[in-house]
Structure formats: structure tokens, C-alpha cells
Design a protein around this ligand. Sequence first.
Ligand code: UDP
Length: 316
Amino acid sequence: MNSRRALVTGGAGFLGSHLCDGLLGEGYQVVAADNLLTGRLENIAHLRNDSRFEFLQKDVCEPSDWGPLDYVFHFASPASPVDYAKHGLATLRVGSYGTFEALESARGCGAKFMMASTSECYGDPLVHPQPESYWGHVNPVGPRSVYDEAKRFSEAVTTAYHRYHKVDTRILRIFNTYGPRMQLHDGRVIPNFMWQALRGENLTVFGDGSQTRSFCYVSDEVDGILRLAKSEEHEPVNVGNPVEFTVLECARKVIAVTGSASKIKFEALPQDDPKQRRPDISKARRLLGWEPKMDLESGLKLSLEYFRKAVLEERH
Ligand code: UDP
């Protein structure tokens, strides 16, 4: 058991670092690779003295010899709308060249492979909730296309390596995930609202706040990832929380959980902002026996200490 070795690309990112923790908990040796474009060393600082953990600062778009591997988890990519707008070309590169390289690494060792895909594959969906069989509604030249199309391409490459090279692949479609270690300023709705609420500033709701998202607490997401890793499913699987909130409801929850006196102010809706998002998780339930356990209020409460500390540290 203890000799299993996994590579996590994007291992210093928010979700990648939680996945490293989960894999160490399952008895893996873990190599985390990250170019630190949006990943942060503080996310993995607690693993520094763990002899089963190794961090390599690398651009995963370049070929690398990682040594023997049993599993490759390709999680490297800017993932928030603000980050991928800022790093558009890097996002396209890691979804394309990076996916080829990660798949070649898996193929070379006969390792299993998982690609971190996203609900962005569904774009601004016309089918609700979104089952894996829905092909999506994506603007290929809009501001989100660098991420959406990179991930759709990445799914295509992963599927082709399975089809042509018989690589043992998995495709995970992640829906809005949150929790400790999110960057305060990656622009995503929960860190933004937490930051604003904890500083007593007004929460910026974009549009009229009627657009919806379904938020999955990070420990639930990692549980789903580990279950999918052990499954034999090669087609995409949604792993997200199916309880849907409007962004306005989310703002009110954050105000309640933080006990803040902040009010809500409305700002312009970004272009191509999806109007609704909710995963159909029948497949994950059936295949993985997976079900998220944490409701939004409990997850926000569990995240509060991290966000409080991050806001305090920023002040000093
Ligand atoms: N949003 C908002 N205020 C903010 C940040 C985001 O109203 O300060 C909205 C955003 O327009 C979107 C939703 O919250 O409708 C989720 O945005 P996020 O950037 O977290 O991720 P997305 O699901 O759009 O990729």
C-alpha cells in the first residue's frame, strides 16, 4: 500500500493541496508539482516535514521525469474567472500542452490518470440541472473561453489517450468548490464575500444576484475525487453539491455566518456569466456511492477561521 506514488499537478493550489492531504491519508507517497502562478507554498507548508511528500516547482507544460508513478492527477490550471482572465494564455497552455505532458507521464509509467475538468464545460447551460450527457453552451471567443475551451480540449485529449493508447483515465467535472486555502483575492464569490463581510464592506453582488451556483465544501469534493480515482469510469462524472443558491442568497448567508453589519450593493454582471449551475449527480451517486454531506452554512462556518486569519494577516 505505502509504495503507491501519485503526482498531483497544481498540487500547491487550493483544491490540489487538499487532494495531496487526501492522498497522503490514503497511504500514497505524493509528488506535488506547481509553477506557483496561482498556487501558493503556504497551502502545503504543513506537509514540509512529511517524508512521504515532495514539492517540485515546475511548469507541467514541459516534459519531466517524475520517477515511477501509480497515479497522475492533472489539477494544474488557473481556475477563477479573475485568474484565468489575467493568465489566459497560460490557462490555454496548461489545458493543452500540460494535459498532453501529464498523459504522457501516466502512459510512460502505466499509471492511472485523472483530469480535473469543470462545470464550465457546460458554459451558460440551456439544460438544468446539468447531467454529464449535456454537451454545453459555450462561447468559444468570449472572456471565459480560455478556461472553458481549454478544459473541453483537455477532456478530448484525455479521452483520446484512453481510446488510442489505452491509458486508464478518469474525467472529473468539478462544480464551485470552496473552503480554507482559497485565495482572498482570486475574485471568486465566496472569498470575495468573506473578505468584504469580515472588513465590514458592502458585498458586491453582480447583476441582480438571481444567477445561481451550487457550492461544494472542499472535504466533500476530495471524498468524491478519491472515490472516482478508485472507480473504473472513463467518461466524465459530475462531482458537486446539487443544492442551488442564488448569488444573492449566498451573500445573505455570508453576512449571517460572519455576523457582519455589511450591506449588499449591486454591480454590473460580467459578460457571459452563467445564469444557472446545478450538477445532476445521479451518476456519482450510482457509481461512487458519493453524496456531499456539508450544507453551505456549515461549510461557511468551517471556513470562517481561515478567512478571518487571512484578513488579519493582510492588514499587517
Ligand atoms: N459574483 C458576485 N460578486 C462577486 C464575485 C462573484 O456576484 O464579488 C458572482 C459571479 O458574477 C457569478 C457567481 O458569483 O455569477 C460565481 O462567481 P465565481 O467567480 O465564484 O465563479 P463562476 O461560477 O462564475 O466560475
